[in-house]
Design a protein around this ligand. Structure first.
Ligand code: ADP
Length: 160
């Protein structure tokens, strides 16, 4: 069975992430969306809130071969423990590339069999990020083009 991990902050999940999840789920038999705790980032949503939002999105989209998990440690250790050696990451623009390349190389130094597979963003989401969603929400902007309607109330509630 081919398995892969799609790690990220998902703070919150956007249509860009969902697009990558759907496409990755067609490539592998089982995809683990792994919600990470990134010490460099102060998340708006708690880990549980992010997991719940993703869970709702997976159900809405009938993505039955996708599961959610969380991890606080190193991704390579998580992957090793589970015997999964494929990581999926999304690339939006060259600006993502340098950072992603660095992580992928560091991960491979620690686990040689580790492969990072990059999926290019669909053009319509190439501008979309969780930070942009938060910025729009802060200014009470319309979020319908960025995230599923079902999670908009949760995002708006943070800026009441
Ligand atoms: P991280 O903090 O790990 O960068 P994110 O939640 O911001 O977590 O992103 C998780 C992954 O999803 C990253 O590989 C990122 O490049 C990718 N991603 C985010 N937004 C998009 C998008 N609009 N299109 C394609 N990939 C995306």
């Amino acid at each position: 069975m081919k398995e892969a991990i799609y790690p990220g902050s998902f703070d919150p999940i956007t249509f860009g992430h969902i697009d990558i999840i759907k496409r990755a789920a067609r490539i592998v038999d089982r995809l683990v969306v792994c919600v990470l705790t990134n010490p460099q980032k102060k998340p708006l949503f708690s880990r549980e809130e992010r997991v719940n939002m993703i869970d709702g999105v997976l159900r809405e989209n009938g993505l039955t071969n996708v599961v959610i998990d969380t991890n606080e440690g190193l991704l390579v250790d998580y992957a090793k423990d589970r015997g999964i050696n494929t990581i999926i990451r999304g690339l939006r623009a060259v600006t993502d590339f340098e950072y992603e390349l660095q992580i992928a190389q560091v991960n491979r130094r620690q686990m040689p069999e580790f492969e990072t597979v990059f999926l290019l963003t669909s053009l319509e989401y190439s501008y979309l990020s969780s930070s942009l969603v938060k910025e729009f929400a802060y200014y009470k902007g319309d979020l319908t083009k960025f995230v599923p309607a079902s999670i908009i109330p949760q995002i708006e509630a943070k800026y009441k």
